[in-house]
Design a protein around this ligand. Structure first.
Ligand SMILES: Nc1ncnc2c1ncn2[C@@H]1O[C@H](COP(=O)(O)OP(=O)(O)OP(=O)(O)O)[C@@H](O)[C@H]1O
Length: 242
């Protein structure tokens, strides 16, 4: 589903984080959102997912205006996301973490009987798919950083989002896991999911993206396929200050 923003602005006091961001992410593609530190990428994700409210502008998803919708409504519309600092419940097992992601009342508001078993099977399926099924009973706090990131992603995928926003999936993970994340994104995309990925690791971005949007100072300065972005002078200027 296509995700579009029109002239979105967001300021924190005197700091303008988003300065009229007009962006269109392409449905069915792996999109990347890159830019120097502080260029507004996370703020953009926060506005799109309803975690913070834009000061002005419009955000639409699949043709529906989501500008002022609450996070749960946006998630229900089909947009899932991970966080730069990874959000898991440290004292809960991998299985319970993944199940908690789809239980509105939390674990205590849990499901019973066949429905519960079906959800457990689905959770197990995602843990297997992400290669961490052997950690199913392990508490998140006892997992490596990379494993916790995969666990967070499993929880997001439990919601069956059509569009997945990933905030720095490669941050702090080892090279082997990096390869796995890249492969997974391409596989999940081949099954029909749209991705928008904020990432500083340019090797990963260039190898998995179909379309790249470059932010500088709260707005896009360039967009296109990796082959174009790699050599775009505005992009090199924004990154290298040349
Ligand atoms: N809650 C906040 N309060 C005040 N300023 C904020 C807040 N969130 C972000 N900012 C500021 O807004 C600007 C954009 O920050 P943002 O985190 O969106 O950038 P980013 O591109 O995601 O950066 P990075 O690549 O370092 O994660 C920065 O100047 C930042 O300091």
């Amino acid at each position: 589903m296509s995700l579009e923003t029109k002239d979105v602005r967001k300021a924190f006091g005197g700091v303008v984080a988003l300065d009229g961001a007009t962006v269109k992410f392409r449905e069915g593609q792996v999109n990347a959102l890159i830019g120097p530190n502080g260029s507004g990428k996370t703020t953009f994700f926060n506005c799109v997912t309803g975690m913070i409210r834009a000061d002005s502008g419009q955000i639409t998803y699949a043709g529906q205006d989501i500008t002022r919708k609450a996070p749960h409504a946006i998630a229900r519309a089909g947009v899932g996301r991970t966080f730069q600092l990874c959000r898991v419940f440290p004292r809960m097992s991998a299985l319970d973490n993944v199940l908690a992601a789809v239980r509105p009342g939390g674990l205590l508001g849990g499901l019973r009987g066949a429905r519960h078993r079906a959800e457990v099977d689905r959770a197990r399926g995602w843990l297997t798919r992400l290669g961490i099924e052997h950690l199913i009973d392990v508490e998140a706090r006892n997992m490596s950083w990379g494993q916790q990131k995969l666990l967070e992603l499993a929880g997001v995928l439990m919601g069956e989002p059509a569009t997945v926003l990933l905030d720095e999936p490669a941050g702090g993970v080892n090279p082997a896991l990096l390869d796995r994340i890249g492969t997974l994104v391409r596989e999940l995309n081949a099954e029909g999911r749209t991705f928008v990925i904020v990432e500083h690791n340019m090797d990963l971005v260039m190898s998995i993206s179909d379309h790249i949007v470059v932010f500088d100072r709260g707005r896009p300065i360039a967009e296109g396929p990796p082959s174009l972005i790699r050599t775009d002078e505005r992009v090199l200027g924004a990154y290298l200050g040349v």
